[in-house]
Ligand binder design. Structure first.
Ligand SMILES: CC(C)(COP(=O)(O)OP(=O)(O)OC[C@H]1O[C@@H](n2cnc3c(N)ncnc32)[C@H](O)[C@@H]1OP(=O)(O)O)[C@@H](O)C(=O)NCCC(=O)NCCS
Length: 143
């Protein structure tokens, strides 16, 4: 499965909409920290990272329904983690309402929202876009 940086913004937004994930806060520069899976112009899956020094937010992981179960999600998470480590991130956080088990299988641990660092809590995903019932998770990354 081909993984590549900077998938087309329009395709990212289409995939996120199809998976009911927020995209309204994404700006052009954010796509520099996105990865796609599959054919370059037509990604079957996408993921993004927001970088805040030693901490980061993994967001917008979405694989189109017909392509699920073939390792695309796992490969995208690994690529996002590699990108985060390369940019000095030591702990990667995320919020999910739908894929807690999937992320647990990728080494993420559930945590209280209150223990999430301030920089992550200030992101639009944490502060406005995701429901307060979403599960917060973290993974400590190894350089
Ligand atoms: C979560 C998601 C990205 C996984 O993508 P994928 O390409 O199917 O992932 P993989 O093929 O790498 O799956 C790895 C394993 O996780 C399991 N898995 C996939 N999605 C899962 C989910 N939502 N809950 C629990 N397990 C899941 C798969 O069955 C597979 O198990 P196996 O290795 O025992 O066969 C995909 O289901 C998706 O886009 N869901 C909708 C959007 C979403 O929930 N995104 C996360 C928001 S933060």
């Amino acid at each position: 499965m081909h993984i590549y940086p900077r998938p087309p913004a329009s395709k990212v937004k289409e995939l996120l909409a199809a998976c009911n994930l927020p995209a309204s806060d994404l700006e052009a520069a954010d796509f520099e920290h996105f990865f796609g899976c599959g054919v370059e112009a037509e990604p079957k899956g996408v993921v993004g990272v927001e970088l805040y020094g030693e901490v980061g937010l993994l967001r917008s992981l979405a694989v189109e329904e017909a392509a699920r179960g073939h390792g695309c999600g796992t490969r995208l998470v690994k690529e996002a983690e590699k990108h985060a480590v390369a940019n000095g991130v030591e702990a990667l956080y995320l919020l999910t309402t739908t894929a807690e088990e999937f992320f647990r299988s990728q080494g993420y641990m559930k945590i209280e929202r209150a223990s999430v660092p301030e920089a992550i809590r200030r992101t639009s995903e944490f502060s406005t876009l995701c429901p307060s019932t979403a599960t917060a998770m973290v993974k400590v990354l190894k350089a």
